[in-house]
Design a protein around this ligand. Structure first.
Ligand SMILES: Nc1nc2c(ncn2[C@@H]2O[C@H](COP(=O)(O)OP(=O)(O)OP(=O)(O)O)[C@@H](O)[C@H]2O)c(=O)[nH]1
Ligand SMILES: [Mg+2]
Length: 362
């Protein structure tokens, strides 16, 4: 399961984008966080279903969390409030919805439209939150160092050094996601759940009147704001929400009318997948055909844990075949005959489209 948090300044269109992503359902007004699950379209599942005739087909899913700006206000003075921090620190990536649409009836909290300024404001708020975590931890390390045994000291000093480095970078406006981390630092970052370490998609929410220039707006802003692990997309949230509420035929007619090639939403989902470095592995059988989402670079043991902790604990081997090889052979038994069904160990790096059967023992 992948979780993406939708953040941004007040009235930037977060709930509108959330509603579009989650199929046009209106958000539950007044809730601090709207949560919606979206199925990731994957045609390989349909084709595998034709071969295996499973009882059910299960798509990979992404959960979007739409976070009210009012809940984010606390960010400004004293860092993110506890509840919001808990919600945000659990997501795998962030979407920052930035307002570019003009509408005099909806006042901008800063008084004017300025995409660059609004991007910087949110970056700063995320950095503040991380700096607060770092300060607290550094203080605790200081205290621990006083009474620490020689053996504990080494680890504490190392952590102190790393956090000091992050602090300097953040103070120079460099988010943690842009740093080259050692494997040990990478693990530590995952533990802390730093917000500036999360991949970021900037979603520029343009007005209906700007639709004809969407490509040039997007290219122009990409050239200014795209950074490592941070990409950008421009779309009209309001229009996407309306499209999401229509059936497929009506939607494509509507799209043609506005001269849109591909739904901005489809692009947004794909981009957030690419940005996150996400891939899917597949499981097949008469019970279910299913896609599982993992990060690119995940080993077989970790992939197994996605399905069940028992499979991870009792892991023996993974029987693996690529989707393409399976298609070429037409069936698992034929694949086995041709020797294309491989046995892999715990450390095997799972590839996108691998069809896997985990052998385990509990
Ligand atoms: N014209 C226009 N209006 C939009 C667009 N996107 C959102 N709006 C309007 O802007 C207002 C705020 O949109 P929301 O989606 O509620 O914004 P939000 O960021 O969730 O707001 P808060 O949660 O209150 O911070 C609503 O009245 C929307 O209809 C857009 O692309 N074009
Ligand atoms: Mg909202």
């Amino acid at each position: 399961m992948v979780d993406i948090g939708i953040i941004g300044l007040a009235k930037s269109g977060k709930t509108t984008v959330f509603s579009a992503l989650t199929g046009g359902k209106k958000g539950t007004g007044g809730a601090v966080v709207n949560v919606g699950v979206v199925k990731v379209p994957d045609n390989r599942l349909n084709i595998l279903a034709d071969i295996f005739h499973p009882r059910k087909v299960v798509s990979a899913e992404v959960t979007y969390h739409d976070i009210e700006a009012s809940a984010q206000v606390a960010l400004k003075e004293k860092g993110i409030s506890g509840q919001l921090l808990a919600q945000l620190s659990n997501v795998d990536a962030l979407i920052n919805v930035v307002r570019a649409f003009s509408d005099d009836s909806i006042p901008h909290m800063e008084g004017s439209l300025d995409v660059g300024r609004d991007i910087a404001t949110i970056d700063l708020e995320l950095a503040f939150s991380d700096l607060a975590i770092i300060e607290r931890r550094l203080q605790r390390i200081d205290t621990s160092l006083k009474g620490a045994k020689q053996t504990e000291k080494q680890a504490l000093l190392q952590e102190q050094l790393m956090l000091g480095k992050f602090k300097t970078e953040l103070e120079n406006n460099v988010p943690i996601r842009e740093l080259q981390l050692s494997p040990a630092e990478f693990r530590a970052v995952a533990n802390y759940q730093f917000l500036t370490a999360k991949p970021l998609l900037i979603l520029v929410n343009i007005g209906e009147d700007q639709l004809s220039q969407v490509i040039s707006i997007e290219n122009d802003q990409k050239s200014q704001y795209v950074r490592p692990q941070c990409s950008l997309i421009a779309l009209c949230g309001e229009l996407e929400m309306e499209l999401a509420q229509l059936d497929e035929n009506a939607a494509s007619g509507f799209q043609a009318e506005f001269g849109i090639q591909e739904s901005g939403l489809g692009r947004a989902i794909k981009q957030s997948y690419g940005l996150l470095g996400l891939i899917s592995f597949l499981t097949v059988g008469s019970d279910e055909v299913r896609a599982w989402t993992i990060r690119n670079g995940t080993n077989a043991l970790k992939a197994a844990s996605k399905i069940h902790s028992d499979i991870e604990r009792g892991f023996i081997r993974a029987e693996v075949i690529s989707y393409q090889n399976l298609m070429d052979c037409g069936s698992l038994s034929e694949s086995r005959k041709k020797g294309l069904l491989r046995l892999e160990g715990k450390d095997y790096i799972v590839q996108d489209g691998d069809v896997i059967n985990f052998l385990f023992n509990v």
